[in-house]
Design a protein around this ligand. Structure first.
Ligand SMILES: [Cu+2]
Length: 86
């Protein structure tokens, strides 16, 4: 369990730190968030907040607003990372 958690956190960090401002970056971030949510133990409260940011981010991405999407997705990733005791 610890190993899976660490792997997810590492994937999230890698996605968070990789160069933004590419259209294809948003889906990668969204995928990292989905993987993190599926494999990490987070509170229902955190989960719903992260999912909301994820959905808002992808909505912005689909509307062509990639900088806002990056911002939302990065916030979701930060929230997920902060919710894990590492
Ligand atoms: Cu985008």
């Amino acid at each position: 369990m610890f190993r899976i958690k660490t792997a997810c956190a590492t994937a999230l960090l890698a996605a968070a730190l990789s160069a933004p401002a590419m259209a294809s970056h948003c889906p990668m971030d969204a995928k990292a968030i989905e993987t993190g949510l599926a494999n990490m133990e987070v509170s229902d409260d955190t989960r719903s907040k992260v999912m909301q940011l994820h959905d808002e981010g992808m909505a912005a991405h689909n509307a062509g607003n990639h900088s806002e999407a990056e911002h939302k997705l990065a916030e979701a990733m930060r929230m997920l990372l902060n919710s894990t005791a590492m």
